[in-house]
Ligand binder design. Structure first.
Ligand SMILES: NC(=O)c1ccc[n+]([C@@H]2O[C@H](COP(=O)([O-])OP(=O)(O)OC[C@H]3O[C@@H](n4cnc5c(N)ncnc54)[C@H](OP(=O)(O)O)[C@@H]3O)[C@@H](O)[C@H]2O)c1
Length: 284
């Protein structure tokens, strides 16, 4: 088990643990117990979003947990319909009320929605919400290099993290490099290709590597991210899977194995749902 909760240092000097719990599909009363299972197992960050429709139970799990509020990191996201400055501010406040929390530990702009051209306004709202203490760490998600440069140039504030799609079929090494150049930590979403949307966890090459280390394919993928300096947020409702995923850095992948996993990349065709952030727009 990884009991060290301070694995990744961000550019605002806050720390992230090895992984967080992704929560797409974790909802309702059952979802509260799935989140509590993860917290009891040692998870310390929960990744949520307005469009996962579960902010209420995320807050409820925090309240029911034996952990103190300050021991848990809640990471939430700004939906696409709220990029205008005033709307963004209200959206942050509404999300806080839905969770029943006083602040978010981390808050990201979910998608840049570049054709709307309002992500700079949205970023200014996050910067100001941070000053007011509503958010501790501010970051973005699915931002391409030009989007990053726009917000940094306009505000002088660099996001702490950029959460992007990354799994063996779409390794996004390009964005890891682009983020690193700007002092931004990469977070990987859908690290297992969302399970049912592709067969990353059944891939024969990854299974072969997993057998060699006597680990599961999921553990190989979490470690592949860790060794690349990437924070990741695998979703699991299953305690056995939750345990596997957090217990995955007590071995070291060789450079050859890392290169082999990197070589499974399928370029644009590897994206789980074809969501290229330059084209794809998301609204809630
Ligand atoms: N920023 C964005 O735009 C964005 C987009 C997509 C997702 N996300 C975030 O990223 C999180 C993760 O992505 P995701 O939910 O799309 O999918 P994912 O984490 O790639 O895959 C989840 C699937 O893998 C299974 N799984 C998990 N651990 C496993 C293990 N050890 N062995 C076998 N199967 C395992 C889960 O089943 P069980 O539940 O049965 O274990 C589930 O079916 C999301 O939940 C969300 O928080 C962000």
């Amino acid at each position: 088990m990884t009991t060290d909760h301070n694995i990744f240092r961000l550019n605002d000097n806050s720390m992230l643990p090895l992984i967080g719990l992704g929560t797409v599909g974790i909802q309702g009363d059952k979802g509260i117990f799935e989140i509590l299972s993860a917290l009891n197992m040692g998870y310390r960050l929960i990744d949520t979003s307005t469009n996962y429709d579960n902010e209420g139970i995320v807050g409820e799990a925090v309240r029911r947990s034996a952990l103190l509020r300050e021991e848990i990191l809640i990471s939430a996201k700004l939906p696409g319909s709220y990029h205008e400055y005033d709307k963004a501010f209200l959206s942050i406040q509404e999300s806080l009320h839905r969770t029943g929390l006083k602040y978010f530990d981390k808050y990201l702009i979910h998608w840049p929605n570049p054709k709307d051209g309002k992500y700079v306004e949205a970023w200014k709202a996050l910067v100001d919400a941070q000053k007011l203490g509503l958010i501790k760490t501010i970051g973005v998600s699915n931002f391409e290099p030009s989007h990053l440069d726009d917000i940094i140039t306009e505000t002088g504030v660099t996001p702490a993290t950029n959460q992007v799609e990354r799994h063996p079929y779409f390794n996004n090494n390009r964005m890891i490099e682009e983020n690193k150049k700007r002092g931004i930590l990469t977070e990987a979403w859908s690290p297992f290709g969302r399970g049912y949307l592709n067969d990353v966890l059944q891939n024969a090459t990854i299974k072969e590597i997993a057998d060699k280390y006597e680990k599961t394919p999921a553990q190989i993928i979490v470690n592949w991210n860790y060794q690349a300096g990437v924070f990741t947020i695998p979703k699991s409702s299953n305690p056995k899977h939750q345990k596997d995923n957090i217990n995955s850095i007590n071995f070291e992948l060789t450079e050859e194995d890392i290169n082999t996993i990197d070589s499974l990349d399928k370029g644009e065709a590897g994206r789980v749902e074809g969501q290229n952030p330059n084209e794809y727009h998301e609204y809630v």
